[in-house]
Structures are given as C-alpha cells and as structure tokens.
Design a protein around this ligand. Structure first.
Ligand SMILES: [Zn+2]
Length: 427
C-alpha cells in the first residue's frame, strides 16, 4: 500500500509505503500508483491506549472485545491494554487464558494485564504472555482489588524481576471525606448531588497514595506507572518520585463544574476535580510533565449509571473519543501535533516496551491513522461504537479518523470496519 503526500505529526510531507504489515519506506517521494492520496491530511501513528476495561469475560452486557475494539479502531486507537477486573479476574493462569481466547475477536492489537489480589498466582501469570501488572489498587479498601502495602511490595518486586511495569491506581481510602456521604440528605444519592462523589474521594487522597507507590517502587527498583492522575499534586509527586503517569481525557476536559449536567454519568475513580485543578492538569499535559493520555475506558449501561450516586458503578467510556478530542485541541492550537503524538503513541510505546509501535518509521508496524485536520464534528453518543452508546463528551467537538490501519490491514475506513486482525503484542 502506498499513502502519498501525507503530513506527519512533525509537519513533514511524506509518502509512506507499507509492505508485510510494516512501514517499508517514508520518503519525500516514492514511485508507484498511490492507494491513498493524503494531500491536505495528516497521518499519525496509531494511538496506544494503555488503560481500557473491555469487560469480557463476565460483563459482556457492558462491552465486549468486539464492540470495544471497534470503538478503538473508529477512534484511531490501534493497541489497547486491558485491565484485570473482569469476572473471572485476570489474576491467575485460568483467568488469563479465558481472556486471551476472547481477546482474539479484537480488531486492534492488545495487551492483557495481570491483577494483584490476595489470591493471585504470579507464577502462572508470568508464565503467560502478560503485558504488565495493573491496575493495582494500592490502599483503596473500597475497590474490588484493593491490596495492602505488603502485598503491593511483593507485587512490585515480582514485576521488577520479570521486567514489567506496575500500573497503580493511587487513591488512599483513609483520606476520603466521610462527611460528604453524610451531606447527602436522606442518603438518596440524587443525581443533583453528584458533586459529593468528588468531595468524598478527596483530592488529597491521590498525592498520598502516589507518594507511597513511588516509595515502594523505588525499594524494588521497579518501573511504576501511575494510572489516571487527576490532580497537579499527584502528577508532581509521580514526576518527583521517578514514576511515569497518565491522565484521562475526562480529567483533562471535564471538571466538577460539569457534574450538574452529567449527574451520576460523571461518577468515576478518581473523580472529577475542581476547574482550577483541571487547568493545572492541562498545563502539565501541555508542557510534557505528564507522559501519557490513556482513557480508563470503563463503560456501563445507562440503567446502571442511573442507579443513584452511591450505587451507580464508577467509570465512563472514552476509547473512541480520546484521539478526536486531542486532535481538536491541536486544531485549536492548544496542543501541538507532536505533543499529541508523544502522549498517545511515542511515550506509551517507550514506557511499556513496544519497540515496533508508536512512531512512523521504517521497520515499525504499519499502525497508522489518517484524518483531515479541519474535519471537526460534534461528538454524539449514538454515533459511537461502544456498547453503552453514551459519552460524557456529548456535544463537544472532535476530529475523527477516516482510516485506521493495524499492521497494514484496514480495520476502519469511513464508518466501515475491516477484519478483526488484533493480536497480543507480547505473543
Ligand atoms: Zn481503570
């Protein structure tokens, strides 16, 4: 396949030839009849979303590998990393194998993370083509997979031995503000009180947990990656401690001020923060302090999300809108195209050891996304491919891809899907 006259993230205009699933040549001019005339369009390396919950096995009414990976492909994401809180949880060999069988239905490449619980079996997990450990819930007694500092220390040591990264969900439940629960008159959990979730899971709980995680990680000389940092304090603590960190699109673009409209649909962990903190997070994304944007794509049905503030499950979908929202920021000149490329492709490939992905260079996988940089459109839940059919970004603008390739195969083009070619990146 020959893609002609494409503008790369750094602004160079190049012809790109693909052969055997790899980028074969990137030159100012290549001979041959172009298959795609990309004049006026931009070509990006496919996005690597290191934090998704595709829900299978166990919760296929919320999402499946098929629907989740279609949503990814339509949003320009060519690699996803699935987290272990499925049913069964991915904490032993059988749990891993069951997920691996289902993941074969994926349109995009994937990694499968292993979880850490009291009953995990690290020998079996490390015997499999495991992506990394995570997300590990440190000191979060309210999470399904909350673990204490001793077990966390063991897990980090095993990760270091096996040369994989540990992704940490950092919220210290001891610092949650119980008075916020009491402030909900009658305990009804009215959607109008959605801001109480943010008050409850206090911002201070993040920094404290990040500090503990980097301290324990430092003892084992392990690579610690902090998932979904939502506060400037958490980001700065990760950075100061030598850990990498990610920010989600919802913490980048939404704040507590949006909860009046979102209601319980805006409930996630960590929660939305103040407008002031959101701006400080954005600054750290723009200046390169933050390493990665990842979605924490965590779909639930409308019915589940409308169950009242204290009963509704946490999480929002995001895998299809991450790159479009960021490309809209680039269109508005709030972020450079190179920064966007680093956040969604180059940096995750570096941090998680994916040398064949993340850049448009000869010899790398032809995971590519083509888009018209001026083609901005309104985001609507009903247009998206996730099973849940809603989005917290309803009505915002995004620049969506026209064409998504995974190792040279068309997985998405102008509303149509190709073949489910996804495979385990650690196979
Ligand atoms: Zn998550």
């Amino acid at each position: 396949m020959l893609i002609a006259n494409a503008t790369l993230p750094d602004g160079r205009e190049r012809d790109v030839r693909i052969a055997d699933g790899e980028i074969d040549a990137v030159e100012p001019s290549l001979s041959g009849e172009p298959d795609v005339d990309a004049a006026g369009k931009r070509l990006f390396p496919g996005a690597i979303d290191v934090h998704v919950h595709f829900r299978q096995p166990g919760y296929s009414h919320k999402e499946t590998w098929e629907t989740g990976s279609r949503s990814a492909a339509a949003g320009g994401v060519t690699t996803v990393v699935d987290q272990p809180n499925t049913d069964p949880a991915t904490v032993d060999g059988a749990g891993f194998d069951e997920k691996a069988d289902l993941a074969a239905a994926s349109y995009v490449d994937y990694g499968i993370n292993g979880g850490v619980t009291e009953s995990w079996n690290p020998d079996e997990l490390f015997d499999r083509p495991l992506f990394a450990l995570g997300e590990v819930f440190l000191a979060d007694s309210t999470g399904d997979m909350g673990i204490d500092a001793d077990l966390f220390g063991d897990a980090v040591a095993r990760a270091a031995e096996n040369d994989v990264t540990v992704t940490v969900h950092a919220e210290d439940a001891d610092l949650f503000d119980q008075s916020a629960r009491d402030a909900d008159a009658g305990g009804e959990g009215e959607a109008a009180n959605a801001d109480l979730w943010s008050a409850f899971r206090a911002a201070e709980a993040e920094e404290a947990a990040v500090e503990r995680a980097v301290e324990v990680g430092g003892d084992s000389d392990a690579d610690v990656h902090i998932a979904h940092t939502s506060t400037p304090e958490g980001i700065d603590a990760a950075s100061a401690g030598g850990a990498t960190c990610e920010v989600t699109p919802h913490h980048l673009f939404l704040s507590r001020e949006d909860l009046g409209e979102l209601g319980t649909y805006g409930r996630m962990n960590p929660p939305l923060r103040s407008a002031e903190r959101r701006e400080a997070v954005y600054e750290r994304v723009a200046d390169g302090t933050v390493d990665v944007i990842a979605t924490d794509h965590a779909p639930h049905t409308r019915e589940e999300k409308e169950a009242g503030l204290w009963d509704a499950p946490s999480g929002v979908p995001g895998v299809e809108t991450m790159l479009p929202l960021l490309l809209e920021e680039a269109r508005q000149e709030n972020l450079s195209y190179e920064r966007v490329r680093d956040l969604i492709a180059a940096n995750p490939a570096d941090i998680f050891d994916l040398p064949s992905k993340g850049q448009i260079e000869e010899g790398r996988d032809a995971d590519l996304v083509l888009f018209d940089p001026e083609s901005s459109q309104k985001i609507r839940g009903e247009d998206l491919n996730s099973k849940c059919e809603w989005t917290p970004f309803e009505g915002r603008r995004g620049v969506f891809p026209e064409l998504t390739l995974v190792r040279g195969e068309i997985v998405y083009r102008n509303g149509n899907f190709g073949t489910a070619v996804g495979r385990n990146v650690r196979r």
